[in-house]
Design a protein around this ligand. Structure first.
Ligand code: BGC
Length: 759
């Protein structure tokens, strides 16, 4: 390839295609948005235009609430079939960013506040799509957690938080599924654009995790093409960008860019283009079958949040159906993921289909805009009063939730809140069905209503899924993949949201989602992992494969789950791990495994969940690696983050061999915690202990201590423990024949000379 051909290949030819090289027979590759459907414009060489009809599946919030990796795999296969039929090589999704705040405008496109869950789901969806020879783009790598200044804000995240919260979902998806492409975020991460981030792209993604595919920019995320190539960004989108291509050519010619860097990106792009060309395209997809799958997924993802027993509906005679979204289904979010559906289930019609002879009457309840219409509320309340049951379809309008801007609050509209209250006041059998992509605050009205079904952005078939659940054709089995807080003020990122002057500080660190509410011991509206069913489940016979085990071997948890109710149902069992003691701060508990089990009434199944090294590990900044520590851990077998059914204590033996990192600034505690440090420092430590205990007679005749305060000497040692060795030795200068600096130099020399012992 000529230099010009290489430079051209590394930028798109259009909004959705790679640059073909006819001379060498390198074909064009076509990408299209998703992620919960296909947004394939008829002419891929031009921007925009209505996309071709494709199945609109539920968005990620709903998908995640299924906790069903097999179902997501199946959805992936189905998406791939549509890509093949509509001639698309790579589907741009899924997104694996964390839900740092419920205000994030694109939260509906992301799975969870928990990295383990998001990683498992992303990996499964990717594996499903790619199993059919269609590529994916895992996005938006990384710390793309808000829309405010999303093209330029710098997410300031400490390294441990990045490693333990914002990176693991990407890491898992890359290691378990090898997406063909990874899309970098628009934003900066700690001051550097994600599109130029050598540490994130080259070192972590490619070198450390072994990512084999290509890195593509988010659309328009490249600011400096040469810097981005050096930083590991292989393919710039959208194209054409002739000026940038020319800059790359000139940079190589002037020596400013090593041609080897360009070659590496070229190789990565060619590998994926070649792979894509191996899958023959064309044909048709089965619109009805895909619609049915979308309906099934929607019904598996809708979360029953409250039920006083009214659901499933018991043959009501007259149902008042209230709310615009009963007639005009709200089933997806606005922005780049907007799908042109093949067909849409109207919730009202779907309800009518299952309602047998019941009479359904309708009131719109709230207008399309943000105006307050008391007349609509009055009309709805009148209707509700005359019925046996009122079903309120409440959709959070897109002016309150969309890609491109963040939410300003957690509330429904003023009109919707007033409507729910007015209807609930005259009708005790009021059921609220919500359509939204992220938690809404409910404390204003939830106590007044009989039931609440979280219907999410439910995809094109969701209207039917709602009816299936309301009438008990489907037993709801979903659980929340994110906490529903009581108020915005309670949420973890408040105080550091949305940032200003181009910077947003992730001040809450590791504590997002349930990790935060655990730490604060704060009540929430609905906890992570929560969801109701029409049946009940009992957990029994909890066990572990070994009470003491080595980190590398891991441990397997088993528990029997019994359906103790009258109808078939599915239960989602969650495994959290709690560390008894650590050298570093750790969240109270973290999700490390889960399983969804399908049970007939009275049936019992034993589920088995393996926990590996990483289930117990933490990322240590000094060692720059994942480490485990010897010690006890609790394994929590739970039905939600707030419903722990069993707790088993196990003992872990670490096999991690750590390099000695003691240096001039290391404290007494650090020396004594390091097995090699302890050996050489022990004599000094004992002398310090003597000193801490020593007493003397003060001039006033009272007994005093050399070390300040305290009776036992323990408190003096506590003080010494936090001091660097050289400082503590200097404080006791007269005790040593050598100068403390020389003693320290000698200690360091000894400790670094030692062979690394087995720990
Ligand atoms: C979005 C991406 C999307 C791309 C192409 C960007 O604005 O952030 O998620 O894939 O546009 O439409």
């Amino acid at each position: 390839m000529t230099l010009a051909e290489k430079a051209a290949l590394c930028t798109g030819a259009s909004a959705w295609t790679t640059t073909p090289i006819e001379r060498l027979g390198v074909p064009e590759m076509i990408v299209a948005d998703g992620p919960h459907g296909l947004r394939r414009v008829p002419d891929v060489h031009v921007w925009g235009g209505d996309s071709l009809p494709a199945t609109c599946f539920p968005t990620a919030s709903c998908l995640a609430s299924t906790w069903d990796v097999d179902l997501l795999h199946k959805m992936g296969e189905t998406l791939a079939e549509e890509c093949i039929a509509l001639n698309v090589d790579v589907l741009l999704g899924p997104g694996a960013n964390m839900k740092r705040s419920p205000l994030g405008g694109r939260n509906f496109e992301y799975f969870s506040e928990d990295p383990y869950l998001a990683g498992e789901l992303a990996a499964s969806l990717i594996n499903g799509i790619q199993s059919k020879g269609v590529g994916t783009s895992l996005k938006h790598y990384t710390a793309n957690n808000q829309e405010y200044q999303r093209f330029r804000i710098s997410a300031e995240v400490d390294e441990r938080t990045l490693r333990e919260i914002y990176l693991p979902a990407f890491e898992k998806a890359v290691k378990q599924a090898q997406p063909w492409t990874v899309m970098c975020a628009y934003n900066k991460v700690n001051g550097t654009f994600a599109s130029e981030h050598d540490e994130l792209l080259n070192k972590i993604l490619k070198d450390e995790w072994g990512f084999e595919g290509l890195v593509v920019s988010d659309w328009g995320a490249v600011r400096d093409r040469v810097a981005s190539l050096k930083g590991g960004l292989d393919w710039q989108m959208p194209g054409p960008q002739d000026r940038d291509v020319q800059k790359v050519i000139e940079a190589v010619q002037s020596g400013a860019l090593d041609e080897a860097v360009l070659n590496e990106s070229v190789r990565r792009i060619l590998r994926i283009v070649a792979k894509a060309s191996e899958t023959p395209k064309g044909g048709e997809f089965d619109v009805d079958a895909h619609h049915e799958l979308a309906r099934r997924i929607a019904s598996e993802g809708m979360v029953l949040l409250k039920n006083n027993g009214i659901l499933p509906l018991k043959a009501p005679q007259h149902i008042a159906v209230i709310g615009r979204s009963a007639m005009k289904a709200h089933f997806q979010g606005k922005g780049s993921s907007y799908i042109n559906p093949t067909k849409v289930e109207v919730p009202f019609g779907a309800l009518q289909n299952l309602a047998d002879s019941a009479e359904l009457s309708y009131a719109e309840g709230y207008p399309v805009d943000n105006s307050f219409r008391q007349d609509m509320i009055d009309e709805a309340a009148k209707l509700a009063q005359s019925a046996d049951v009122a079903i309120l379809y409440i959709a959070l309008p897109s002016f309150k939730e969309s890609e491109g801007y963040d939410r300003k609050d957690l509330g429904l509209t003023e009109q919707q809140i007033a409507l729910i209250k007015a209807v609930a006041q005259v009708q005790s059998n009021t059921v609220v069905v919500l359509n939204n992509g992220a938690p809404v605050a409910m404390s204003d009205w939830i106590d007044n209503v009989a039931a609440v079904l979280e219907g999410w952005m439910m995809g094109q078939a969701g209207g039917a899924a709602i009816a299936d659940i309301l009438f008990g054709k489907i037993n709801p089995s979903a659980k929340l993949a994110e906490t529903f807080p009581r108020t915005l003020a309670d949420t973890p990122a408040q105080g550091n949201w949305p940032g200003d002057a181009g910077v947003v500080r992730y001040g809450e660190g590791l504590l997002i989602g349930y990790r935060y509410y655990d730490a604060k011991e704060m009540p929430v509206q609905f906890p992570f992992g929560y969801g109701l069913s029409y049946t009940t489940f009992e957990y029994s016979n909890p066990a572990v494969s070994a009470e003491a085990f080595k980190d590398v071997d891991g441990v397997t948890v088993t528990v029997d789950v019994t359906n103790t109710g009258d109808v078939a149902g599915k239960e989602i069992v969650q495994i959290y791990v709690h560390d008894h003691q650590s050298i570093l701060f750790r969240p109270e508990k973290e999700l490390k495994g889960f399983a969804k089990v399908d049970l007939q009434p009275g049936e019992t199944k034993t589920i088995s969940i393996p926990l590996d090294f990483r289930a117990f590990a933490l990322y240590h900044l000094d060692y720059k690696q994942w480490i485990t520590e010897d010690g006890d851990f609790d394994i929590l077998i739970a039905a939600s983050a707030a419903d722990i059914r069993h707790r088993i204590t196990v003992s872990l033996e670490s096999t991690v061999s750590l390099p000695c990192i003691l240096d001039k600034e290391s404290t007494v505690r650090e020396w004594m915690a390091d097995p090699r440090g302890k050996v050489v420092f022990q004599p000094y430590y004992e002398k310090l202990q003597d000193q801490a205990r020593k007493r003397y007679r003060r001039s006033d005749g009272e007994e005093g201590r050399y070390a300040s305060g305290g009776e036992s000497g323990i408190d003096a040692m506590e003080m010494y423990n936090e001091m660097p060795v050289v400082s503590v030795l200097l404080f006791q200068r007269d005790q040593w024949s050598e100068h403390p600096e020389d003693i320290l130099a000698d200690l360091l020399e000894q400790v670094h000379r030692q062979e690394v012992p087995e720990i």
